[in-house]
Design a protein around this ligand. Structure first.
Ligand SMILES: CC(C)(COP(=O)(O)OP(=O)(O)OC[C@H]1O[C@@H](n2cnc3c(N)ncnc32)[C@H](O)[C@@H]1OP(=O)(O)O)[C@@H](O)C(=O)NCCC(=O)NCCS
Length: 248
């Protein structure tokens, strides 16, 4: 028969075991999470490093419709010369300046320039036979909310070429790039006042408000929309550890 102090000792050591066990489980979970996030970062980095995402999408590198005969190319922003940067910025400014001026962030040319031509920026450029730039997409492969995301930083179509299907075509090309590289979703940010673009994403392309989007109480003047990409079983991608949930 054990004495009272024996039973006290037993219960204390049981508690110690339980708490040690809990600590070890937590530690293992933290390690799994950490390993997963590192693997995810590497997964995105590998996609970032690809020189030409259109290499295996040759049938989608031309657009011939509604009087437009365009060739699409994929480029890292660090390869742009000054004239390409100027062309991109001009379309961006013509389309967006007014909206930025009305927004909370305002129009800060230098900041926007730096974002557009950051060394991580990747581009799809749509040019006519005469070399004129009709539209572009600025994209990056990033970890967002513990998920691998193809983030569409910008899609801009020159005013003269809008409503001719080019925006839809370039967004479809993005979906193909995401699918062939095993990415989980495409995400982008849109100003609340940009009604046409919201119609374009939501009604035309099937994007929905992302769980990561600020809620109404946060009083932001933009929303984040996304589209989940069908799983590509051919791609070996990092697996979300059991018990790790995506935060929003
Ligand atoms: C939004 C944008 C990329 C769409 O590209 P697009 O080539 O004009 O779009 P498409 O021709 O493929 O599709 C047009 C559809 O999008 C919507 N739409 C979006 N912008 C439009 C515009 N300026 N004029 C007409 N329709 C527009 C309509 O629903 C339209 O549908 P419909 O063709 O059935 O009428 C382009 O209009 C644009 O560059 N707009 C200014 C910049 C901008 O807002 N970028 C998005 C920032 S988040």
């Amino acid at each position: 028969m054990s004495s009272r102090s024996d039973s006290n000792n037993n219960s204390t050591s049981n508690k110690n075991y339980r708490s040690r066990d809990k600590k070890e489980k937590k530690k293992a979970f933290r390690k799994q999470t950490n390993d997963y996030l590192c693997a995810l970062e590497q997964f995105c980095r590998r996609a970032q490093n690809v020189d030409n995402m259109l290499e295996n999408l040759k049938p989608f590198s031309t657009y011939n419709k509604n009087d437009l005969t365009l060739t699409l190319s994929y480029m890292k922003s660090e390869l742009f010369d000054d004239s390409v940067r100027d062309e991109i910025f001009l379309i961006f400014e013509q389309n967006m300046r007014e909206m930025y001026e009305k927004s909370d962030v305002g129009w800060i040319r230098k900041e926007k320039w730096e974002e557009l031509f950051d060394s991580d920026a990747r581009y799809i450029l749509a040019r006519g036979e005469d070399g004129l730039l009709h539209g572009f997409v600025h994209l990056r492969f990033v970890v967002e909310d513990n998920q691998d995301v193809l983030y569409c930083y910008e899609i801009q179509v020159n005013k003269i070429s809008q409503s001719k299907g080019l925006g839809t075509f370039m967004m479809k090309v993005l979906e193909l790039i995401a699918f062939y590289n095993g990415f989980s979703k495409i995400m982008l940010t849109v100003f609340d006042i940009n009604e046409e673009a919201k119609v374009f994403y939501k009604n035309k392309l099937g994007y929905v408000v992302d769980p990561f989007s600020p809620d109404e109480e946060e009083e932001c003047d933009y929303e984040i929309v996304s589209k989940v990409i069908k799983n590509n079983p051919k791609i070996d991608r990092p697996k979300l550890p059991e018990g790790l949930t995506l935060t929003s």
